[in-house]
Write a protein that binds this ligand. Structure first.
Ligand code: PDD
Length: 280
């Protein structure tokens, strides 16, 4: 099988030949931002939204990332070179390479790398069964709306979840849930959805916005309000949203059964609608 082609700073190369400077600030400081977009049957889903969020993240860290249209063209070319299909498109922009010093030179050119790995969707059985989540204290910085490549807390949180046999770790800040380590979180109470409001403490998820739109479209009320850990544990349903996670029902949180311990009707309905949208 031929090697995947990746994109490095304006060039398309085989993955094993790709190289970036060890003085890249992404490598030395985690000084960069990223996006993950899903491609379904050759069609990138919500590509514009992802590029717009990348631009917002870049602005928020004072990175001068220009040429989003040409970046989109390069992303499409990368997908073409990798044979389209179902892919996770990863786009990373770091501040660039220079001798290590915390302050950044103003004229540094950002370095963009992209990969288009084959997507590995979760097995349908997992969604039918639902997943476990744990909660843990949100020890991240206060600018979680920036999709920063500095993901140490998220990496450790997800690993803790996996080590405890769970799928996701849900962050709790001051007694209220913020989001998962790589997902947004919804609860269902009666017929209504509740999800934390967009503050600096969560990523404005593109799947979150899509699911809110789908729910509203089918007459399900959606409230954006704070949810305490206690309220999370007694919800009728809990589910996660994210580009690669799509809509994933949660059936236990910290070992406590949610609802009747099986994926809820609302989560499954929204998952179906979501799949219809992405493949439509
Ligand atoms: N993660 N919250 C966090 C902390 C995330 O990292 C993500 C996405 C989300 C969901 O956002 P969206 O619906 O736009 O994908 C929420 C990506 C997929 C990742 O890091 O792999």
């Amino acid at each position: 099988m031929s090697e995947p082609v990746v994109y490095v700073d304006g060039r398309f190369v085989e993955c094993s030949r790709a190289a970036v400077s060890i003085e890249d600030r992404g490598y030395q400081f985690g000084d960069g931002v990223y996006e993950v977009a899903r491609v379904y049957d050759g069609r990138p889903f919500k590509m514009r939204e992802h590029l717009d969020r990348l631009a917002r993240s870049a602005r928020a860290i004072r990175m001068d990332l220009r040429g989003l249209d040409s970046l989109e063209r390069d992303a499409l070319e990368l997908l073409h070179l990798n044979g389209w299909g179902n892919r996770d498109l990863y786009i990373q922009a770091t501040r660039g390479a220079c001798p290590r010093s915390h302050c950044f030179p103003r004229d540094l050119e950002p370095v963009v790398v992209m990969t288009a790995r084959e997507a590995h969707p979760y097995p349908p059985a997992l969604r039918r069964q639902g997943v476990a989540a744990i909660t843990l204290s949100d020890d991240r910085w206060a600018r979680c709306y920036i999709k920063s490549i500095s993901l140490l807390s998220n990496v450790l949180a997800k690993q803790k979840a996996r080590d405890e046999g769970a799928f996701e770790a849900i962050y709790i800040r001051d007694g209220f849930m913020s989001e998962g380590s790589s997902t947004n979180v919804f609860i269902v109470e009666g017929d209504s959805l509740v999800t934390p409001p967009l503050t600096n403490y969560i990523l404005p998820g593109i799947t979150r916005a899509t699911v809110i739109g789908l729910a509203t479209g089918c007459g399900i009320p959606v409230a954006e309000e704070s949810v305490s850990r206690e309220r999370l544990l007694v919800a009728d349903e809990v589910f996660l949203t994210g580009t690669t996670t799509e809509v994933m029902p949660v059936v236990t949180v910290d070992g406590v059964r949610i609802g009747c311990g099986a994926p809820g009707r609302t989560a499954l309905r929204l998952f179906e609608q979501y799949m219809r949208l992405v493949t439509g």
